[in-house]
Design a protein around this ligand. Sequence first.
Ligand code: COA
Ligand code: AMP
Length: 632
Amino acid sequence: MGRYKDTYDAWKRDPEGFWAEAAKEIDWFKPADKILEEKNGLSRWFVGAETNSCWNALDRHVKAGHGDRTALIYDSAMLGRVKKFTYAELLDKVATFAGVLQSHGITKGDRVLIYMPMVPQAAVAMLACARLGAIHSVVFGGFAAKELATRIDDAKPKLIVSASCGLEPGRVIAYKPLMDKAIEMSAHKPAACIVLQREMEEAPLIPGRDFDWKAEMDKAAAANNKPDCVSVAATDPLYVLYTSGTTGKPKGVVRDNGGHMVALKWSMKNVYDIDPGDTFWAASDVGWVVGHSYIVYAPLFHGCTTILFEGKPVGTPDAGTYWRIIAEHGVKALFTAPTAFRAIRKEDPKAELVGKYDLTKFEVLYLAGERADPDTIQWAEQALQRPVIDHWWQTESGWPMVSNPMGIERLPVKHGSPSVPLPGYEIHVVDEACKQVGPNTTGAIVVKLPLPPGCLPTLWENEAGFRESYLADYPGYYKTADAGFLDEDGYLYVMSRTDDIINVAGHRLSTGGMEEVLAAHPDVAECAVIGIADAMKGQVPVGFLVLNAGVARPAAEIEQEAVQLIRERIGPVASFRKAMVVQRLPKTRSGKVLRGTMRKIADGAEWTTPATIDDPAILDEIKTVLERELAR
Ligand code: COA
Ligand code: AMP
C-alpha cells in the first residue's frame, strides 16, 4: 500500500494543504480567503472564493482550444439513436438555455426544478442553471406526482423544466400530466414551466404558464441571448438533490459549487484513473447522485467525453447493449449498479454477447449504489476479464468515500469490500457509545468531521434537520447510517443500513415513507414495510397490513389497493408488488414492530424469537403468511 498510504497520510497530516493543492485544477474568479472554515460543528470549504461550475465544465475547455472535443454522447437504446455534442456545441446550447431561463426572470439563487427523462436537454438545463448561479433540483422520472409535489413545496422553484414523456421498454410514460398533477397538489406554484416536446408524445401546454422548449431556444438564439457565466461564491449552492430519509419527507441534500468541483475533479484521476479526453460512462440517471456527479459534472470538469444513456441493461434490445456502447464509443470506464449486472447475467449467463464486441479500450468496471455481492463481482470479472471495483458512497457525500484508488495505486481486490478510505475520509466503526470497535467487529460506520469538500454542508433550509440526522448521534462524527466492519488491513465491509432505508435496484427508498402511505388507507389500522432479498433488485419492499376491526371486504382487494397506492403516491420505482393482510404485527412489549426479525424470516435466514417479544405466536403467523405469499 505504498502510494495509496503516502497520499492518504499526506492528506491526514495537512488536509487543508491537500485540498488547496487539488483546488489548483479549478478556475477561480477570486481565490479563497480561507480553505476551511469550521463554525459550530459545520464546515465550509474555499470560503471567500468565487467561481462558476458551468465555466469549469464547458467554457474553459473551449477557451483552451478543446471546443471540437466530444463532450457528451446521447445514446438512446430506446430509439436506436446516437447524437454527439462537442464542447463548443454543448456550450452554445447551455448558454442559449441560460438565455431562456434569464428571459423568465431566473437569477442567482433561484431554484429551478428539472423533471426529465434521460435526454441531453436534462444536462443542458442543469448546466444552464449553474451558468446563472441558479440552484437546480432534479427529480427522478420514476417518482409519482405526490413525490414531485413534496419536492416542489420544499425547494419552491420559480420555474420547472420538464418533457412531454419518458420512455420505458415497450411504453411511453407521459411526464407532463404528472408535472401538472404535482403542481395542482403543491402549495407553492412555479411561475413558468418549459416543456420539451418529444416526437412520441405531444403534451398540451397551458397558455401563460407553459412554454415550448424549442420555441424558447429559437427565440433566445435569434436574439443572441446567451449570457456569460455568473460569478458565485464557492459556498453558494449548485443544487439540491432530494433523497430518501426515514420518513415520507425526503432530505434536500445541498451541494456547493467550490468544494464539489475540487472533489469531483480530483476523483476522476485518483479514483477512476481517467484522463482528459477519455470516455467515461456512468450508466445511471440524472435524477440520482451518480448521474449528477458522474454523468454530468465530473467528466466535464475533467474534459472527458461523457455518455448519457437512455435505456436499460437488458431488453433494449438485449443484454449486449452495454458492450455495444462500450465498443462504439470507446468507453474506458463504466460505472453502474450491481443490479444491472445481475439483470445482464440472468439474460446471458455465459456472457456470450460480450464476445460480439470489441472492448479493447475498456479498462475498469466500477460498481456502487448497493452492496456488491461477491457472486456478481466474480461473474463480471470472468465475463469482462477486467478489474471490477466496488466503491461506496452516498447522495450526501457526492463522491466516493471508500474505493480502490485506481489512479493512485491499484490495491488488491477483496470481494465483498469496497476497499479503503479515500483521502478526505477518516472512517471509524463504532459501538452505541461511540467507541471504536476492533477489526472485524460490526458497528456503525461513521466519518470523522470535518467532511471533505464536495460533501453536503447542510440540508436545504433545514440546518436543524442536518444536525439531527447526521451529527447528533455520534459527537465529532458524521453518521452514514450504514453498518459494517473494517478488517485488519483497513478494508471496509458495508453490510446493511441502520435505518429503514432500502436499496431497490440501486434506488434508495424509505420503507418508513411507504408505511406512511399505507397507513392512509381507510381500512388499514397499522402496517409495516420491510425490504426483503431479491435475486435481481437486491431488495424489494413488501407490506404487512392489519385491518381495522369490522372490515368485511376481501383481503385480496385491499392488498391490491395498497400496491396501487404506493405506485400512485411514491411511484413505480418503488417496485412495491406485494402487500399481505395479517391479524397482528409482531412487537416488543414496548410496542416496537420487530421488522428485523420479519426480514430474517422472509429471507430464510436464521432467526430467534426476541426475548422482548409481546406474543411469540405472531411470528409463526407471519412465517406462514410469508411462505404462502412468496411462493406465489
Ligand atoms: N420514468 C418512469 N418510470 C420509470 C423510470 C423513469 N425514469 N425508471 C423506472 N421506471 C419504472 C419502470 O418502468 C418500472 O415500472 P413497472 O413497475 O411498471 O414495470 C418500475 O419503475 C421499476 O423500474 P426499475 O427499477 O428500473 O425495474 P425494471 O424491472 O424495469 O428494471 C433493472 C430492472 C435492473 C434492469 C433496472 O433497475 C436497471 O437498469 N438498473 C440499473 C441500475 C441503476 O441505474 N441504478 C441507479 C443508481 S447507480
Ligand atoms: P444513495 O444515497 O442512493 O447513493 O444510497 C447510499 C446508500 O447505498 C449507502 O448508504 C449504502 O447503504 C448503499 N451503498 C452504496 N454503495 C454501496 C456499496 N458499494 N456497498 C454497500 N452499500 C452501498
